[in-house]
Design a protein around this ligand. Structure first.
Ligand SMILES: *[C@@H]1O[C@H](CO)[C@@H](O)[C@H](O)[C@H]1NC(C)=O
Ligand SMILES: *[C@@H]1O[C@H](CO)[C@@H](O)[C@H](O)[C@H]1NC(C)=O
Ligand SMILES: *[C@@H]1O[C@H](CO)[C@@H](O)[C@H](O)[C@H]1NC(C)=O
Ligand SMILES: *[C@@H]1O[C@H](CO)[C@@H](O)[C@H](O)[C@H]1NC(C)=O
Ligand SMILES: *[C@@H]1O[C@H](CO)[C@@H](O)[C@H](O)[C@H]1NC(C)=O
Ligand SMILES: *[C@@H]1O[C@H](CO)[C@@H](O)[C@H](O)[C@H]1NC(C)=O
Length: 498
């Protein structure tokens, strides 16, 4: 009798628990991956790229481009662009030297506020280039547009010196001219109209073609302020496009969500902050299309927070959410390249002052290992809330069995675990799951499937150990986690094509 009661008790607990689970499940995510689909977009093979701020060139001794630890970390992120640019690009004067020359800079602080002019020697330029060769990344160099003629046009003399020097060393470089020109009045008390800048860009295109760089790409105008408050970046960008004809290959602008001086932890978890990116991309995209232009966009300088990033946030685990969501959303919107500010330097660095990887370096590494440039569509119930997921073809080398594979990646911003199911795929597929979590949102530690991520002592990447999950089981996303799900044997043949 007692045993029976106990059994009934257990059974009813079980029934209650399982019906609660089912109810709970109905609130969780079901995503649908359509088979035999064609890619939505094909982004650049250097889609995920990064910047080194030109201000770092003021003090070359502090730039670790010759350090083997730094070189090793960057090489793992190839292929990518490194954009050498920023406010200080418009303070930079190139000087050819035949031998090593000691230059005593009176302003040697890395400080956004320092807008004094400075010199970059050809020796230093060459050593930066050698760094990009060793790491197999492509340099984009931002040229000084503030060298002007009395009549207001751009003086290209110093640029010609850089270009002739580059050609004589057979350097392969892509280019841009100036930084955030719509803010010149504020920063430099100088004004250059979008029309004038377009002329300057066309002049640079001619110079490049004449001096042997006809195959290199030129991107611009590097506008900023593309948000609701100050839309002058949108107007400036469109005025530029209306005048630049085909002198630029990609339309570039800068994107930040937050002011680094005042940003709080909550901002890094608030979907409304995440959604600013989609608003900015559609504002810019609509303006381009409504003016009849057909040009692809790059986010050529972008991070969580401007002003050097937010201390103890932009370089911590929590910054990974904005970063991974930016990659996913931008690729889905057809943005071709994302240049993360920054690889090194500032609170938003991916590699810290001791040349150890910050959590975003690891997120970046995983993206490079698992995500190809073919963007797929993934039907999700709501990708503007706390669970945000994206799909791409997996990288070809990820699976050796010759069958197409897909990577679904994204974030769970909830403070509790959430269950998700993937529909549309065969239950014969396997899911290889990698969950990224931390011991604290503001920690510098990042864990994969519960194990802390650290490079091996020889600098190589530790083996990534997936959790293997059956499709029918569903996937449990840990609270505050990022996830990469590799799914094999998915019938999307275009994932196998080049
Ligand atoms: C560099 O210049 C500053 C100011 O002009 C001077 O005080 C300092 O002694 C110089 N340093 C060297 C190593 O020459
Ligand atoms: C910096 O160089 C530009 C271009 O030559 C010049 O117009 C400007 O006056 C210089 N700024 C300072 C502070 O010397
Ligand atoms: C401005 O001056 C430069 C150098 O003197 C000259 O090459 C250029 O043609 C001039 N541009 C205009 C629009 O007058
Ligand atoms: C800005 O430039 C104008 C002349 O072009 C000058 O009259 C004014 O004093 C400058 N403002 C500042 C803050 O330097
Ligand atoms: C836009 O340009 C791309 C290639 O640059 C081309 O494939 C596409 O057909 C163009 N679209 C329109 C509407 O002109
Ligand atoms: C897989 O799906 C097929 C067809 O829908 C079904 O017959 C089979 O029982 C499923 N297998 C498993 C292990 O769920």
């Amino acid at each position: 009798m007692r045993l029976n009661l106990l059994l009934i008790g257990i059974c009813s607990v079980f029934i209650i628990t399982s019906s609660w689970l089912i109810n709970h499940d109905s609130l969780s995510s079901v995503v649908f991956l359509k088979e035999n689909q064609q890619p939505l977009h094909i982004v650049s093979d250097k889609f995920l790229s990064f910047g080194l701020d030109s201000s770092l060139l003021r003090n070359m001794k502090k730039l670790p481009i010759n350090d083997h630890k730094f070189i090793n970390l960057v090489r793992h992120l190839s292929p990518a662009y490194v954009r050498i640019g920023g406010t200080n690009a418009d303070c930079l004067y190139f000087e050819q030297v035949c031998f090593y020359k000691y230059i005593n800079y009176s302003h040697n602080l890395v400080d956004d506020a320092d807008i004094s002019n400075f010199t970059l020697t050809s020796n230093d330029f060459l050593s930066i280039y050698k760094f990009t060769e060793k790491t197999a990344i492509k340099m984009i160099f931002d040229l000084n547009v503030l060298l002007r003629e009395p009549n207001g046009s751009w003086n290209s003399d110093n640029t010609k010196e850089i270009i002739v020097f580059s050609k004589s060393h057979e350097m392969e470089i892509d280019w841009q001219l100036g930084n955030e020109p719509n803010s010149f009045l504020h920063v430099f008390n100088i004004s250059i109209s979008a029309q004038q800048l377009a002329n300057d860009y066309c002049k640079l295109r001619t110079v490049l073609n004449e001096l042997g760089y006809q195959d290199s790409i030129l991107v611009g105008p590097e506008a900023n302020h593309v948000d609701n408050e100050y839309k002058n970046g949108v107007k400036y960008g469109i005025d530029f496009l209306n005048n630049v004809n085909n002198c630029v290959d990609y339309f570039t602008w800068h994107q930040y969500y937050l002011n680094g001086h005042i940003a709080q932890l909550e901002d890094f978890l608030n979907p409304k902050v995440f959604n600013r990116l989609s608003e900015q991309i559609s504002t810019m995209g609509n303006a381009i299309r409504s003016n009849g232009h057909n040009v692809s966009m790059w986010l050529s300088e972008t991070s969580s927070a401007y002003g050097g990033g937010a201390p103890k946030l932009s370089d911590r685990f929590v910054a990974g959410f904005l970063w991974l969501d930016k990659l996913g959303y931008s690729a889905k919107a057809g943005v071709k390249v994302i240049i993360r500010q920054s690889l090194f330097g500032g609170n938003y660095a991916m590699i810290d002052e001791n040349l150890d990887p910050n959590p975003d370096w690891w997120v970046t590494l995983m993206f490079k290992q698992f995500v190809s440039n073919k963007v797929l569509s993934l039907n999700t119930p709501d990708n503007f809330g706390n669970i945000r997921l994206y799909a791409h073809c997996a990288l070809k080398q990820t699976f050796l069995n010759g069958l197409p594979a897909v990577t679904i990646y994204g974030i769970n911003l909830n403070d509790e675990k959430k269950r998700m199911y993937i529909q549309g795929i065969s239950n014969k597929s396997n899911i290889f799951a990698y969950f990224l979590t931390s011991d604290n949102l503001q920690s510098s530690n990042i864990f994969m499937n519960g194990e802390i991520l650290r490079l091996l002592s020889d600098g190589s990447i530790p083996p990534f150990k997936p959790k293997i999950i059956e499709v029918s089981q569903g996937i449990e996303l840990p609270s505050y986690s990022m996830v990469f799900l590799l799914i094999d044997n998915v019938k999307i043949p275009s994932c196998l094509e080049l």
